[in-house]
Design a protein around this ligand. Structure first.
Ligand SMILES: [Zn+2]
Length: 394
């Protein structure tokens, strides 16, 4: 163990992502590569809460990184009931919880309902957020749990086809943007870029046998999508490992198989408005001046090396540019990609962590972490399939 871990941390906090609870039987993602444990996710949340309650150094707060209940609840008219179940579990510990909103929040509730709900942490956490919110209907705010440290919660579905009224400016912007890149009838189906002369499917028929192929479009392109959840409005777990492997092993002479970052332009993702970006920029300028260390959290990852590109925020590059223009940022945490990921930005040394999702974690395992914060680093102690990591501050 590193020497630092023997010291008492300044403070600690818990992290958990993609609980996606629903009182339904286990299922699979569309490509049958990942099992989803809808009921068990509540038990795994209980394991996390008990572990945090029993730890010698109690976490000061919990970061819940979004998708707390699954979109299937909507189909079963069980959205509020499922939300009550997970919140009851969390509230049995007195620790404050900061909720991030993901796509599944919007499959279950409208933005206006969410803003008034218990998932709006600015209403229910015992501290003042006066002057600390992005304003309007954007669910973004910042708080300082300890002198010299600041956390920023971002709204990755600010510009989105989810949760915004069709008459809203944000919806119109989202539709225009997504249509620029995605010509599929079903916008949950990503714009596959596996294009080859004459159509890839005829040339590499084995691709179809892997069951990851989406509806072929007239243009000869094809994509993959998670049909299991399309019925309730979308899903993020679209990438198939087999698909990538097939691509690697079956690239033939004269065929370029390229999956680009454009895959992120699907309905189950979203982006940050200019208002939110400007607000973040000013929050970080102030943190720079005060010499604070900032951790940003969002449901959608923004660094292409920290996730499958299909899970990236639409304007991840603009967010990265802002982070790179401020020296106060030390870490960015996200969920959404249930397989998780991590990278350290080469340019800035900022850590980008994508946390593994509870929903695809077997009942015999776990998926949560406790982060101990020191003057010069944060130490993530993971449980189950979450890897231990040390984030040295840049
Ligand atoms: Zn998600």
């Amino acid at each position: 163990m590193d020497d630092c871990c023997q010291q008492t941390p300044l403070f600690t906090f818990g992290v958990i992502a993609d609980i996606q609870y629903a009182d339904i039987d286990d299922g699979f993602n569309y490509s049958k590569t990942r099992k989803r444990y809808y009921r068990s996710s509540l038990e795994l949340l209980r394991n996390a809460r008990e572990s945090w309650s029993e730890s010698a150094v109690k976490p000061q707060f919990i970061l819940q990184l979004g998708d707390i209940i699954d979109g299937f609840n909507k189909e079963h008219n069980a959205s509020q009931q499922a939300l009550d179940s997970v919140l009851r579990e969390l509230s049995s510990s007195p620790v404050e919880v900061h909720h991030v909103w993901g796509n599944h929040e919007f499959y279950n509730f409208s933005r206006s309902v969410l803003l008034r709900s218990k998932l709006n942490s600015t209403l229910h956490v015992d501290r003042s957020f006066t002057g600390a919110q992005a304003g309007g209907e954007i669910y973004a705010y910042h708080f300082s749990p300890f002198p010299g440290f600041r956390f920023v919660v971002l709204d990755a579905y600010d510009v989105s086809l989810l949760g915004r009224e069709e008459s809203s400016e944000q919806y119109a912007t989202a539709l225009k943007l997504i249509k620029l890149y995605n010509s599929n009838e079903d916008l949950n189906c990503p714009p596959g870029k596996a294009v080859a002369e004459g159509g890839l499917r005829e040339r590499i028929p084995e691709l179809g046998a892997h069951g990851v192929e989406g509806p072929a479009s007239q243009s000869g392109q094809f994509g993959v999508w998670d049909g299991e959840e399309v019925a309730v409005g979308g899903s993020e777990r679209v990438r198939s490992q087999e698909f990538t492997e097939v691509n690697r092993s079956q690239v033939m002479e004269g065929f370029e198989v390229r999956w680009s970052l454009e895959q992120r332009f699907t309905k189950f993702n979203g982006g940050f408005s200019k208002d939110q970006l400007d607000w973040l920029d000013s929050v970080l300028s102030s943190a720079d001046e005060k010499g604070e260390k900032v951790t940003i959290v969002s449901h959608l990852p923004v660094h292409p090396d920290s996730t499958d590109p299909i899970c990236l925020a639409w304007n991840h590059d603009e967010l990265l540019d802002i982070i790179r223009s401020h020296f106060s940022v030390v870490c960015f945490m996200a969920g959404h990609d249930h397989d998780g990921g991590y990278t350290r930005d080469k340019q800035t040394g900022v850590h980008h962590l994508t946390l593994e999702g509870v929903i695809e974690t077997p009942p015999c395992s776990n998926a949560f972490g406790t982060v101990s914060v020191y003057e010069d680093r944060m130490v993530l102690k993971g449980k189950g399939r979450i890897t231990d990591r040390v984030f040295l501050f840049p």
